[in-house]
Design a binder for this molecule. Structure first.
Ligand SMILES: Cc1cc2nc3c(=O)[nH]c(=O)nc-3n(C[C@H](O)[C@H](O)[C@H](O)COP(=O)(O)OP(=O)(O)OC[C@H]3O[C@@H](n4cnc5c(N)ncnc54)[C@H](O)[C@@H]3O)c2cc1C
Length: 386
């Protein structure tokens, strides 16, 4: 086993570090759940793309660098270590991107992928419906074929940043006689198309973080379908599992939170040490994030030798979402009543812990709830009965 970085990997780390030091915005960007902040983040992602640092793992002809997974981990460590702005086109870049690479036609790849990497097109995900969340096969939004077009009717919900996004990808029932996971098609929908209505939904932090999207006779060309008609479920599910299991939340994101938690603990040691369980929780957070990072390197080593991640992505998801929640709970305990003050209050702590604490509540829900992940672990990894 080789535990040292190669000269090429070290040089890549130095390049990314120097680029970020020279180019990171000097002032924090406005909140991405506002129009102003969304556009600031879009401009930042375009700048990353100009230096081919937006999607480092994508092939060079699509604007990436053709990096392997180890180099991606290095990029993430540098990006989070430098406190880079949150990436807001992840639904497109991490979910739709790999799907297009696997199932898209050449024309679709050329049309959508470079604009996605540059965040010229921002993407919203349209899976969930009011009666189809964990049970996604219950989707009822319809796509009725009319010549070279589909006519869409129905409703999607909880679509992150759909109020500001340019496009939505989603599953629609194209065979009216079908049920469950049969007869669905995977379609790309421009959100400025006639008949699309987008209504914001406020998140726990009061920001317009998601939206419900209504489709009333929305016309979409058949050329916007990924994969075959009626095969949408297969397309959505077959997207390389490891991308979901690993790429969505890299260990660096949590390592930086653990580092900040240790600093917070040290700065408040007098009060924090009155409760020894706080110290234990800080240590646990540090060990948990380091353990997750080592396990990610181990997984990447296996993937580089041709293995598949499979149901292990479910254990990852349960682990990082619960770890993130615990770390933010510990920070709130250290801060006490002050932690509950909104950022605008004069005595508020400015470390962003309250925002992070509120968002961490969502971790066990999005990307498939942790109960569903535990079902997958039980059935597919442990072989337990349904
Ligand atoms: C921050 C955030 C961002 C999101 N962004 C998007 C987005 O961009 N696009 C999108 O389409 N969706 C998005 N979602 C929606 C998310 O995918 C759903 O909330 C999730 O799939 C759960 O579906 P549901 O809310 O309908 O809950 P339900 O499926 O109704 O579940 C309710 C509860 O029952 C449990 N449960 C359900 N079925 C089972 C079972 N078989 N066994 C055990 N327990 C079960 C669940 O775990 C949950 O605790 C987002 C959600 C959040 C929180």
């Amino acid at each position: 086993m080789e535990l040292a970085y190669t000269p090429k990997q070290k040089a890549f780390r130095q390049e990314v570090r120097a680029w970020l030091a020279a180019n990171l915005p000097r002032e924090p960007l406005a909140n991405y759940d506002t129009r102003e902040g969304f556009e600031q983040h879009r401009a930042w992602e375009a700048k990353l793309f100009e230096s081919r640092l937006s999607m480092v793992m994508w092939p060079t002809e699509l604007g990436g660098r053709g990096c392997d997974l180890i180099e991606w981990l290095i990029f993430e460590e540098e990006y989070y270590g430098a406190d880079g702005p949150m990436r807001i086109n992840q639904n497109g870049q991490l979910l739709l991107g790999p799907t297009l690479m696997e199932f898209g036609t050449e024309a679709q790849k050329q049309r959508f992928l470079p604009r996605m990497a540059a965040s010229t097109d921002m993407w919203a995900q349209g899976w969930s419906e009011p009666n189809a969340g964990s049970d996604m096969a219950a989707i009822t939004s319809k796509a009725t074929r009319d010549g070279d077009e589909y006519v869409l009717n129905g409703q999607k919900t909880w679509s992150t940043r759909a109020i500001f996004a340019d496009w939505l990808f989603g599953l629609f029932r194209s065979d009216p006689t079908s049920s469950r996971h049969h007869g669905l098609s995977f379609l790309l929908v421009p959100l400025d198309a006639p008949g699309v209505t987008i209504r914001p939904i406020k998140a726990l932090n009061g920001k317009d973080a998601f939206a419900e999207v209504f489709f009333d006779d929305v016309r979409v060309p058949v050329a916007n379908r990924i994969g075959e008609d009626g095969q949408g479920w297969h397309v959505a599910m077959a997207t390389a599992g490891f991308e979901r299991g690993l790429l969505l939340r890299s260990p660096a994101r949590f390592q930086i939170t653990a580092r900040k938690l240790v600093e917070l603990y040290k700065a408040n040691r007098d009060s924090a040490d009155r409760d020894p369980s706080i110290r234990e929780a800080v240590l646990d957070a540090w060990m948990g994030t380091e353990g997750y990072a080592l396990s990610a390197y181990h997984t990447v080593g296996r993937l580089n030798r041709g293995a598949q991640i499979g149901a292990e992505s479910s254990t990852n998801k349960v682990f990082w979402s619960e770890l993130d929640l615990k770390m933010h709970e510990t920070a709130m305990r250290i801060l006490g009543a002050r932690g509950e003050l909104l950022g605008s209050a004069p005595q508020a702590h400015d470390g962003g812990w309250l925002e992070g604490f509120l968002f961490a509540q969502a971790g066990p829900i999005y990307a498939g709830t942790n109960e569903i992940q535990r079902n997958i672990i039980a059935e597919r990894m442990l072989g337990l009965p349904k």
